[in-house]
Design a protein around this ligand. Structure first.
Ligand SMILES: *[C@@H]1O[C@H](CO)[C@@H](O)[C@H](O)[C@H]1NC(C)=O
Ligand SMILES: *[C@@H]1O[C@H](CO)[C@@H](O)[C@H](O)[C@H]1NC(C)=O
Ligand SMILES: *[C@@H]1O[C@H](CO)[C@@H](O)[C@H](O)[C@H]1NC(C)=O
Ligand SMILES: *[C@@H]1O[C@H](CO)[C@@H](O)[C@H](O)[C@H]1NC(C)=O
Length: 387
């Protein structure tokens, strides 16, 4: 605390410029996160500063010697400073050019950031250290993973996770005996890899894909679901990752889950999304020979049949996948017609959607899905004509 106060005294000229801005309403006093106090858990500080709820500020309050608000901090700073020096500082602030003022603003922002909370990097290091600590409690381990889950949402944080030893720490949790820990670890890997080729490749280098694919077969649905989320995130638009995925019989895995109704519908949704992603990637890489996997009749039939289930979300995802699959060269429209009865399925889906459009809270969604259904029908019949 003494150290922080010292830094405040040193920063009085900067603080003075706060008053200048405050009077110009450049500072939004209700900005959440302008709060710090010691003795709080890092994770709690993090959650507070990242929460959607604005933090209520009590003016002039001092908590544990910390200031609960910018005003409180200012009052203290002004009360504890030399009036003559303040006057001089005020004069110098008035003389500042726009550029200098901007610079001051940046410095101030940095100061406030520093006062506000530990940096993301510090938070990540704490969490990683906890994961690496074999005597940490089960709850502590979960909390460390939850903190990382929030932190890697930022791409900058995800990019340094490996540098801090975070990937190794998280990956080692995939072997934890607690399914909840394994689930969270998979989730962190999925989130960090999402649309991030750098992290995708790092995770692939660890050889983690095969392990995650095994986890997809877990009896614990939550674990299977997060593992599949991670697998999808790691291989999305990543040709090297897809190569490993197929080498590990990923195609069979998808087919098994899609064609077996004992699997959880959430898992099936993720699988059908993944098939769509893989097909799209194939479509974008025209020079690459199309994989036989995509024209596997049983796979196609499993996907078409999903549109018959009473689940609009799944229906939509299945139609979206069919729309992409129909555009692949090697998939014959006749398979869709003769083996999957896509023409009949499309008609049945149309009637189903028509009924749903009568239901007030389903209407808009059903309309969207109907548009998608029409697009699929259009592509299907065009393709059918050609052969
Ligand atoms: C201050 O922040 C609040 C909540 O973040 C916002 O609703 C309000 O518009 C902001 N006011 C100014 C002047 O920026
Ligand atoms: C590991 O965790 C235990 C229990 O929380 C704690 O006492 C110990 O200081 C931690 N060790 C390190 C190196 O952080
Ligand atoms: C985790 O612990 C291992 C040894 O048990 C060590 O080699 C590694 O550097 C540690 N990683 C971090 C990030 O502390
Ligand atoms: C469906 O999956 C269950 C396990 O989830 C398995 O026991 C069963 O044999 C599967 N059925 C078929 C037809 O593959």
């Amino acid at each position: 605390m003494r150290l922080l106060r010292l830094s405040l005294i040193v920063s009085i000229p900067i603080l003075l410029s706060i008053t200048v801005w405050a009077s110009e309403d450049r500072i939004n006093k209700s900005t959440p996160g302008l709060i710090w106090s010691t003795g709080k858990e890092v994770g709690e500080l993090y959650r507070k500063s990242h929460s959607e709820e604005p933090v209520a500020l009590n003016e002039h309050d001092e908590l544990d010697g910390g200031f609960s608000s910018l005003d409180g901090m200012l009052q203290w700073a002004i009360g504890h400073s030399d009036p003559t020096k303040l006057k001089d500082a005020a004069k110098s602030v008035q003389r500042l050019s726009d550029d200098e003022l901007k610079q001051r603003q940046i410095e101030l922002q940095e100061l406030v950031e520093k006062l506000r909370m530990p940096s993301d990097a510090e938070l990540m290091k704490v969490a990683i250290n906890d994961l690496n600590n074999s005597s940490i409690s089960f709850e502590g381990r979960l909390r460390a993973l939850e903190d990382l889950l929030n932190l890697v949402e930022s791409i900058d944080n995800a990019n340094v996770l490996h540098k801090f030893g975070g990937l190794a720490a998280v990956i080692s949790q995939l072997d934890n005996i607690e399914p909840d820990v394994r689930k969270l670890a998979a989730w962190v890997l999925g989130k960090a890899s999402q649309n991030n080729p750098v992290v995708q490749d790092q995770v692939l280098d660890f050889g983690t894909l095969a392990k995650l694919m095994k986890m997809v077969r877990s009896d614990v649905v939550e674990e299977a679901s997060k593992a599949l989320h991670a697998v999808s995130a790691i291989i999305r638009n990543n040709l090297n990752g897809q190569k490993i995925f197929y080498a590990e019989a990923g195609d069979l895995m998808l087919k098994d889950i899609l064609s077996n109704s004992t699997f959880d519908i959430r898992l099936q949704r993720k699988c059908v999304l993944l098939v769509g992603d893989l097909a799209e990637c194939q479509l974008e890489n025209i020079d690459k020979a199309e994989l036989p996997f995509f024209s596997d009749r049983d796979l196609l039939k499993a996907i078409v049949d999903l549109t018959l289930l009473d689940d609009l979300d799944l229906q939509e995802k299945a139609l979206a996948a069919i729309k992409i699959l129909l555009q692949l060269r090697t998939i014959e429209a006749s398979i869709f017609k003769d083996f999957c009865a896509l023409d009949k399925v499309l008609e049945r889906t149309r009637l189903q959607l028509e009924q749903l459009m009568e239901v007030e809270d389903q209407r808009d969604y059903a309309k969207d899905v109907e548009i998608l259904r029409q697009e699929v029908a259009l592509i299907f019949y065009k393709k059918l004509e050609k052969c």
